[in-house]
Design a protein around this ligand. Structure first.
Ligand SMILES: N[C@@H](CCC(=O)N[C@@H](CS)C(=O)NCC(=O)O)C(=O)O
Length: 205
């Protein structure tokens, strides 16, 4: 049995959608980060980094979206959520690394500037850069990562559940999805999937 620790509307949407897609036997445990629940001792035992998502597995806890997504796919091989060839697999890893280390971090400067500076002036300056940085990330994904119709081509993979977060981050940053037709088509396709809709209902979005 797997347990996903999640906050509503957070990046935990990605593994949550994938758990639904693969038909996993799983439970969820809500960690309302808006109320500081991620800093409580009971959750710090699960993830000392005080972040969601975290996935409890029979072997222990996994954190970090790319690792969680890969684990879910690898433990549900019948769902074929990982690309077949070493080159395509590396491409999926590259996209997920970009989403985790660059795009998510660029977005975090909107509301989480205190991670990097105590100066309110510097935080405001960082916020002012978010729309431009997110637009750059969207352009990069549109031109170099998103093959179409799915992230890695004809087949839905772990990358698609993760990519679903990007238009949500763009909207919060004030970047217009309509300027990125491939990303917009991908988002619309995601919104037609039963798994996406079921998870969105749980997250109340
Ligand atoms: N690199 C981590 C990022 C996780 C992360 O930053 N999660 C956010 C929610 S989307 C969080 O827990 N934020 C709480 C905080 O910053 O205090 C991953 O991909 O799992």
């Amino acid at each position: 049995m797997l347990t996903l620790y999640y906050a509503k509307g957070s990046s935990a949407l990605a593994p949550h959608i994938l758990l639904e897609e693969v038909g996993a036997d799983y439970a969820v445990h809500e960690v309302p980060i808006a109320h500081g629940a991620h800093h409580e001792a009971s959750f710090l035992e699960i993830n000392p980094k005080a972040r969601v998502p975290a996935l409890m597995t029979p072997n222990g806890v996994i954190t970090e979206n790319p690792a969680i997504l890969t684990y879910i796919a690898a433990t549900h091989p019948q769902a074929q959520m990982l690309p077949d060839t070493p080159f395509a697999r590396a491409g999926a890893d590259a996209l997920n690394a970009y989403l985790c280390a660059t795009v998510h971090v660029a977005f975090a400067h909107l509301q989480r500037g205190a991670r990097w500076t105590d100066s309110e002036e510097a935080q405001a300056a960082m916020k002012a850069k978010v729309a431009g940085n997110m637009a750059e990330c969207a352009a990069m994904i549109e031109a170099h990562y998103l093959t179409g119709p799915w992230a890695m081509g004809d087949r839905y993979t772990i990358c698609d559940a993760y990519l679903f977060l990007v238009p949500r981050w763009m909207a919060k940053a004030g970047v217009d999805l309509a300027d990125y037709p491939k990303l917009e088509a991908h988002h619309n396709a995601m919104l037609e999937r039963t798994a996406t809709l079921a998870v969105m209902a749980i997250h109340g979005i």
